[in-house]
Design a protein around this ligand. Structure first.
Ligand code: SF4
Ligand code: SF4
Length: 445
């Protein structure tokens, strides 16, 4: 059993047992975080390898944004021209990563030949650690920066640009370098299918939760870094790989399920239609051949209940649901505020409520809320942090927005008003939490 398998490029992992597999060779991936079985083809044979975690680390595909013009990453050595023109953000606003490459190249061009004129045209500069310094150095070295607006800048290959600002137009001639367009590697689409990860609209593996944990994918234990994650995946690569390896270390030492209550498949009811397998966004269901039925892989399950609401045979349920379901009052608590207060409350004050801990008020998805509202009496309370206290860049405000949008949809479908409520608490407010729950139960909020 390896600790981690890198699909694509490996990185140094001093305390983790690792190996690497080429993305094109992978044929299937079964199992769950802590115990994946990866099959791949080698020398005409199918081989299998076991691992606790998987990291997909692939480069981007780079395309020219203007045909025939060189891109930032091409060498400067052969340039004899006195004037060089760098154009960032031609077709689309470039990522911070490309921003960094362009600034570095412009700085090098100015330093290599101080008599040369270097222009840098951009729509938006995205400063990350290091790029702000590059910008300052480039300015000091004589690079002339011009911000342009879409539609007021024209490229006339092979060597002319026109720049309009405040009614005046400036024409510049020189060797032009443009920012490349970054696209996901061609192999990512197939890899997403094999790994059972839903890619985002652009085709990258990292779909959401970028603020919380940028390298997580929808499948627990599978991480996307670098060009597999997003166009920005290379700008913060060092930090992101560090976060990922720490996560894997934690899995190795103490793997905990994400949800307290287990989803179970009744093998007498399951007709093996594979609906749950297809709808589970987290690849947490697999066929159990011995039982002749599906099985929920508990460590992989996020508790979204999509499988329960889609199973045509009613074969999936929450273990001990009847006892737990109580009044249908479900409370999702941010682990940084309300969940901390809850731990200090007497257990009897929580009777009648189903409580769940979530990483942030914004980490609950709309489809999970809809799936949790199964009976007309069901209501949901989401408890997040106070404004300015959220550790996750305004997660409280995003949580509030999610709740508002769900309520709007429910009202437009005449499915009830204010079934979902958003409130704020802080960790020491256990008494306020008890009062809040009481008032919510009585419909007095
Ligand atoms: S959806 Fe229900 S019946 Fe179909 S495979 Fe899954 S558990 Fe079995
Ligand atoms: S509850 Fe959600 S994550 Fe868990 S098995 Fe069902 S669909 Fe998958």
């Amino acid at each position: 059993m390896y600790d981690v398998i890198f699909i694509g490029n490996p990185v140094e992992t001093p305390s983790l047992e690792k190996r690497q597999v080429e993305p094109e060779k992978i044929t299937s991936c079964k199992g769950r975080i802590g115990d994946f079985s990866l099959r791949y083809r080698e020398n005409g044979k199918v081989k299998e390898v076991k691992t606790r975690a998987i990291v997909v680390n692939l480069p981007h595909q780079q395309e020219e944004s203007v045909p025939e013009l060189p891109v930032f990453s091409e060498a400067l050595e052969s340039d004899r021209e006195n004037t060089l023109i760098f154009i960032q953000d031609n077709e689309e606003i470039a990522s911070a990563f490309i921003n960094g490459i362009g600034l570095k190249k412009a700085l090098q061009a100015a330093r290599d030949n101080p008599s040369r004129q270097v222009y840098y045209f951009y729509r938006s500069l995205r400063f990350t650690e290091g790029t702000d310094q590059l910008y300052e150095e480039a300015r000091r070295a004589g690079v002339a920066f011009f911000r342009y607006e879409q539609g007021k800048f024209e490229i006339n290959p092979p060597n002319k640009v026109s720049y309009t600002r405040g009614g005046a137009t400036m024409d510049v001639e020189g060797k032009i370098y443009t920012a490349p367009l970054l696209k996901p590697s061609l192999v990512l689409e197939k890899l997403a299918r094999v790994l059972r990860i839903i890619p985002n609209e652009e085709g990258y593996l990292q779909a959401e939760n970028v603020y919380l944990a940028p390298t997580l994918t929808g499948r627990r234990g599978v991480y996307a870094v670098g060009g597999a994650r997003s166009p920005n995946g290379l700008a913060g690569f060092e930090d992101e790989i560090k976060f990922t390896l720490e996560e894997i270390e934690a899995i190795k030492n103490n793997l905990q399920p994400l949800v307290e209550d287990d989803r179970e498949v009744d093998d007498r009811k399951c007709i093996l239609c594979y609906t749950c397998f297809r709808v589970c966004p987290h690849a947490a269901l697999e066929e159990n051949k011995e039982q002749d039925a599906m099985e929920v892989l508990k460590d992989a399950c996020w508790g979204c209940n999509a499988c329960i609401s889609h199973c045509p045979a009613g074969a999936i349920s929450i273990a001990d649901e009847q006892e737990e379901k109580g009044s249908g009052l479900q409370v999702f608590m941010c682990e940084n505020s309300a969940a901390t207060a809850r731990k200090k409350m007497p257990q009897e004050d929580l009777e009648g409520f189903i409580t769940r801990e979530i990483p942030c008020a914004c980490s609950i998805k709309k489809e999970d809320i809809y799936a949790s509202l199964q009976d007309p009496e069901d209501r949901i309370l989401i408890l997040g942090c106070f404004e300015e206290s959220c550790k996750h860049l305004e997660g409280d405000q995003r949580g509030q927005r999610i709740v508002d949008e769900v309520n709007e949809t429910l009202a437009s479908l005449e499915l009830g008003e204010d079934k979902v409520r958003f409130e704020r608490l802080s960790p020491p407010m256990e008494q306020d939490l008890a009062n809040l729950l009481d008032r919510w139960r009585e419909g007095q909020l």
